[in-house]
Design a protein around this ligand. Structure first.
Ligand code: ADP
Ligand code: MG
Length: 246
């Protein structure tokens, strides 16, 4: 019954930036406001996701309005769905069933610092895309070699990867990111760390789609790293979530 719905703690949310869109109280509000596909909404409710968390309630409308976003929200507050829901909603339909007006090549890329995190994000994305012919690829050595074939690659909708895997394919000339409309850096504090920074910059540099949307998500964003992140974003909105009792 209703009592079995997953409850997430309430959060205090602050936003900074121009023209911040109104937040949502329930995922269902996305149907009318952004024409979010019914299948995506039913996949959410089938997974007992009914009430958006703080970062979801603010972040999803911001991304669906095409804005760049820097989101800072503690671990466990649902950052993953905050970007996956807008990506799946705004792509609308898989490339395999779209009219050929979407250009060729992958349209969304999510970067995470470790393979384990990329794996979790990929799993979450599979839940949201059940029931339609979405191709969501967890980039690995094996999938990278499959995708070296352009005809295979051009049917992929979303790639989840660590920086190193992507850079290896880019350097081998086996990947084209010029049709990427949504680029997300998850755990951005680590991705903008010296360990990954030059790889991330190399990826950002080849994402040349003119109206590309970029978003960074992190539990923390130290000042120096935040400056780097903000430098990558265009007229961004910054959302900060704190636990209510802190
Ligand atoms: P973060 O990336 O902020 O650490 P995750 O995206 O990994 O958080 O989500 C943490 C957990 O919360 C996951 O198990 C996820 O399934 C669950 N979760 C996310 N959003 C919701 C929601 N709206 N309602 C209930 N559970 C949720
Ligand atoms: Mg996370």
């Amino acid at each position: 019954g209703d009592d079995e719905e997953q409850q997430m703690p309430r959060h205090r949310v602050t936003t900074k930036g121009s023209d911040v869109p109104e937040h949502i109280e329930v995922f269902e509000a996305l149907r009318e406001r952004y024409h979010t596909p019914g299948r995506l909404l039913s996949n959410l409710s089938d997974n007992k996701y009914k009430h958006p968390t703080g970062i979801q309630s603010y972040g999803i409308p911001i991304l669906l309005e095409g804005r760049d976003l820097a989101a800072i929200s503690p671990t466990g507050t649902g950052k993953t769905l905050s970007y996956l829901v807008p990506i799946v909603s705004s792509l609308g339909r898989p490339i395999s069933s779209a009219k050929n007006d979407q250009g060729l090549g992958v349209r969304a890329v999510i970067i995470a610092p470790t393979r384990e995190l990329a794996h979790q994000i990929h799993n979450e994305c599979l839940k949201l895309t059940v029931g339609r012919k979405w191709r969501v690829v967890l980039f690995s050595k094996a999938t990278a070699s499959t995708l070296a074939d352009k005809t295979v690659r051009d049917k992929v909708d979303i790639i989840v990867s660590t920086p190193l895997r992507l850079v290896a394919s880019l350097q081998a000339g086996n990947l084209n990111l010029n049709n990427v409309r949504h680029l997300v850096l998850d755990e951005a504090d680590r991705l903008l760390d010296p360990e990954f920074l030059s790889q991330v910059q190399e990826i950002v540099a080849v994402c040349t789609y003119p109206n590309i949307q970029k978003a960074v998500f992190s539990a923390t964003l130290p000042a120096g790293v935040e400056a780097l992140a903000m430098g990558m974003l265009r007229n961004p909105i910054r959302v900060v979530v704190g636990l209510k009792d802190t």
